[in-house]
Design a protein around this ligand. Sequence first.
Ligand SMILES: [Zn+2]
Length: 314
Amino acid sequence: MTRLFGVLGGLIGLVSGASAQTATLPFVLKQVGPGVYAAIDGPEHKAGSNAGFVIGDDGVLVVDSFFNLDSARALVGEIHRLTPKPIRYVVNTHYHIDHTGGDQALRDAGAIIVAHKNVRGWVRTNNVNLFGDRITPEIRAEIAAVPLPDLVTDKDLTVWLGSRKVVVRTVLGHTGGDLTIFVPDASVLFTGDMLWRKVPPNLIDGSVKEWMATDADFAAMPNPSHIAFVPGHGDVANANDVRDFRQYLLDLRRLVLEGHKAGLKDDALAQFVEAKLKALHPDWTISDRAAAFEVRYMDEELAGTKKRPIPQPD
Ligand SMILES: [Zn+2]
């Protein structure tokens, strides 16, 4: 379906945390500003997604926790290697397990888990849907044990790390419970899965309409050419990548509509759209499986039948 589905085979053995620790990190650490780091999922996709962290005067704020405890523990190790300051927060950009699966490792390191209000109601239940027929008892158990966030919001927040300001914003498009994290003094925006770089996004819970509007807002930020965008998947991005991603979503919607007009559906529609998307975005990695799911979800959204996660009462 997505990058997540594409890499599940390799990840399933890691979910339990029982795999042997390898000497190399499952992510590549990249400094994207003074005291601001992106942790980019490695070529084997063992971390499952990107994460990152911000070192302030008196503590550290982490963004997301990867898919598994081993990767999150490796991130904690890297933070401790770079600074003696305490890890005070982990902010989850959304509830998907490839971004929350390591939260317990951050909590064990001292962090308060911050998330959108809707994450508490979804993180231990809706995550099962991401796996489809690839779900296993081990993954079910892992999902059921993910810690619930301690501090939730449906409004923007400002977090002060001493004199360093970090702005947590609520945004629309990926799940219905999405946050971005902006570090104004370093011009770094952690977008979570509102941005994917050169790989198709997971639309399972999304609204492409809302999503494109959020990416238009990213591109309209002041001095976008000076901003480092840390996407949920793919390498560190720039303003051109934001526009490219938004164009991909526009192309997807347009091609699904065109296919419909030509009377195509199901596999024929997916093949029609995929061939044209690949031609328009030759430097993207687009799998048949990812394209088929994208077309299906886009089709449902256009038909008004798309199911999205429902906010749960506290
Ligand atoms: Zn993700």
